[in-house]
Design a protein around this ligand. Structure first.
Ligand SMILES: [Zn+2]
Ligand SMILES: [Zn+2]
Length: 165
């Protein structure tokens, strides 16, 4: 109930040009990050935040230096694989994974951080989020496969749905 009121408030706030809440602010940034995605299906953006500061960002796309799905095609697209299935066929690295990898590359601890993502994390990302020590996940869009969410909740991670357009 409280969460619902808070969401309503966020909505009213944004429509009267008031200062955005922190969740709104970081989710907005995740949306901007997602614009760099090269995935043919879903453009996903992720932002890792601790103490109100951005530690890392990521979007889904091919590993560094390799051609992207939008250049060489995507096997999942070719085979018409439904959303949420056979994700290993795609050469793309997921947004959440890229954000975690970026933190590792630059030696930034993300333990206890919040991860904002435009889309609900898949099960592979969920496993990495758990082991990276992330304590809260805020996601904007639902995903066909709910196993990632289930795993996050099972690990005691605070999961929040923050609808975005
Ligand atoms: Zn792909
Ligand atoms: Zn994923």
């Amino acid at each position: 109930m409280l969460q619902l009121i808070e969401k309503r408030f966020n909505f009213i706030q944004s429509h009267f040009n008031m200062r955005p809440s922190l969740d709104e602010y970081f989710m907005e940034i995740a949306k901007v990050v997602s614009k760099r995605s090269t995935c043919l299906r879903q453009k996903v953006g992720a932002v890792i935040v601790k103490d109100k500061r951005i530690l890392a960002t990521g979007y889904n796309g091919a590993p560094s230096g390799l051609p992207h799905c939008d250049e060489v095609g995507c096997l999942r697209e070719k085979l018409n694989v439904p959303s949420g299935e056979r994700i290993e066929l795609c050469r793309g690295v997921h947004a959440e994974q890229n954000a975690i990898i970026q933190a590792a590359k630059f030696g930034i601890s993300i333990e206890g951080a919040t991860l904002y993502t435009t889309h609900c994390p898949c099960i592979t990302c969920a496993k990495m989020i758990i082991n990276a020590g992330i304590k809260r996940v805020v996601y904007g869009k639902d995903y066909a496969d709910k196993s990632g969410l289930k795993l996050l909740k099972e690990a005691g991670i605070e999961v929040e749905y923050f609808p975005i357009d």
